[in-house]
Design a protein around this ligand. Structure first.
Ligand SMILES: NC(=O)c1ccc[n+]([C@@H]2O[C@H](COP(=O)([O-])OP(=O)(O)OC[C@H]3O[C@@H](n4cnc5c(N)ncnc54)[C@H](OP(=O)(O)O)[C@@H]3O)[C@@H](O)[C@H]2O)c1
Length: 229
């Protein structure tokens, strides 16, 4: 049994991850910005799943969650919350919503590190600690598809941040991994996407199970294949 903390667990891939981790007997700290409106998540609350309010962009909120956990160790952190950023025609080469780009970086790049830093003392208590970030193929430098500049650059940046921190956290026996979840049928991915949240989450959980200090800093696809950087 592992303690798993997930951000953005109220819908989409995060909700499905919470459901599947709890179903297999792990204890899930399922966090979201607004638990009062998280009906689907609240229905899962019980012995294996605790719903907590966590705003990943807010340092005080992260600190409050760590306090409320009263020293409970965390084995697996999954930084899942993310935003696509401004409308596609407002994050292109010649038309950019710069405030929206900053906010996209705040959510997709800064927040995963902020949450990881806050949880660091709790991760250090585990003898099998993992800090995972759900990134995107859109952050891969070798993907020559010029679209969604804010989103793509925020995911490329979080890849670099997590790749660097993997070197440093190895000293604390914390493994770090980046996972592309596939093109998934969520609010973000749209109905026409390739796979369901259940398929994506089940693949992600298998990939997380295989992340350790020997492959720390890896960039993987949900189906277990390595991803190009
Ligand atoms: N779906 C895909 O095809 C796809 C592909 C590649 C990567 N991803 C990545 O997978 C992760 C999950 O995506 P998803 O498809 O499950 O998306 P989703 O269904 O749109 O859910 C997004 C989650 O992120 C939270 N979130 C959004 N904006 C936020 C903000 N400003 N501050 C804090 N939390 C915020 C949402 O919380 P609220 O409900 O409170 O807004 C929600 O919990 C993201 O990191 C995304 O980039 C998805």
């Amino acid at each position: 049994m592992s303690n798993v903390l997930i951000t953005g667990a109220n819908r989409g891939i995060g909700l499905e991850l919470a459901k599947q981790y709890a179903a297999r007997g792990d204890h899930v700290f399922a966090t979201c910005r607004n638990p009062g409106a998280a009906d689907a998540l609240n229905e899962l609350a019980g012995e294996n799943l605790t719903v907590l309010e966590l705003v990943p962009t807010n340092a005080a909120s992260v600190a409050a969650v760590v306090d409320s956990m009263a020293g409970t160790g965390v084995d697996t952190l999954i930084n899942n919350a993310g935003t696509p950023g401004p409308a596609p025609d407002q994050q292109s080469a010649l038309s950019m919503d710069y405030d929206g780009w900053l906010e996209t970086f705040n959510v997709n790049t800064l927040a995963p590190l902020r949450v990881l830093q806050g949880l660091h003392p709790l991760l250090k208590q585990s003898d099998n600690a993992k800090a995972i970030t759900i990134t995107s193929q859109m952050g891969a430098l070798d993907l020559n598809w010029p679209t969604m500049y804010a989103y793509c650059s925020s995911k490329a940046a979080v890849n670099k941040v997590m790749r660097m921190i993997s070197v440093e956290l190895a000293n604390d026996n914390i493994a770090v991994g980046l996972i592309h979840p596939g093109w998934v049928q969520t609010d973000m991915g749209g109905e026409q996407a390739d796979i369901s949240p259940a398929e994506s989450a089940s693949g992600i959980i298998s990939v997380v199970d295989n992340i350790n200090l020997d492959n720390t800093g890896c960039f993987m696809k949900w189906n277990g294949e390595p991803h190009n950087w």
